[in-house]
Design a binder for this molecule. Sequence first.
Ligand code: ATP
Ligand code: MG
Length: 264
Amino acid sequence: MDPRADILPLVLDDVSFEINGMRLIKDLSCTFEAGPRTAIIGPNGAGKSLFLRLCHGLLTPSAGTIRWAGPDGADPVAAQAMVFQRPIMLRRSVAANVDFALKLRNHGKPDRTAIIDEVLGRCGLRRLKDNPARVLSFGEQQKLALARAWALKPQVLFLDEPTASLDPAATHAVEEIVQAIHHEGTRIIMTTHDLGQARRLADEIIFLHRGRMLEHAPTETFFTEPKNDLAQAFVKGELLWWKLGKDNRRAGGYEVDKAPRRRN
Ligand SMILES: Nc1ncnc2c1ncn2[C@@H]1O[C@H](COP(=O)(O)OP(=O)(O)OP(=O)(O)O)[C@@H](O)[C@H]1O
Ligand SMILES: [Mg+2]
């Protein structure tokens, strides 16, 4: 495989994911082309993290397919990175955390030293480079997780709630880093609970609810005229349980709990 070949588009075709008989992701189809940034939004438990984990290859669909660019494409594992909702820091210094990720991708020592200095500088962590990563504040750990992913220069970066629990200044700093990564050509696919952030950072929105994709639209269209009524309620900040009572299961044309299962 050519390591420089494009891994995009990423195509999900009728993907479902099931654990212990529970369908947690349901009949999900979409295509991610190179370029635009995607925000996946939806209430707690909607399946946003599962969706990212499926795309990143950490989980295997129970039905349907997830395909990266054709047989001549690059290695999709090596050309993508993910920052998790709760980033895990290794018990070593800030710089060594980035170094470890680079060693796994077979970068030589001089190369690694230069990349570590560059990404720590750009993420505002250079002064902390020798500190143990595990004593960093939560916001600093988020920045380090981004620096570690950025160091790999991935074609696609999955971000799961990159600013959850951060204060406004740290959120702004992380958003700037995400923008810089985007401007360098990395495809951003992220989840967020912050609708303002989705508007600021994303070109298109995917709205998930109970494992189902109810809307996929350009950001402006999604926020000004969402078609699905659950998406409308979500954008207005309304709670969604009112749609889920036994007597009121229909939601914007979907039987929320009882969508027909497709055969594959
Ligand atoms: N390993 C598992 N076993 C059983 N259920 C699971 C497992 N992983 C996730 N789930 C369930 O799948 C649903 C979707 O979980 P997921 O973490 O993707 O939600 P989310 O949209 O990311 O929510 P949040 O906004 O709280 O991060 C939840 O109801 C969760 O309890
Ligand atoms: Mg999540």
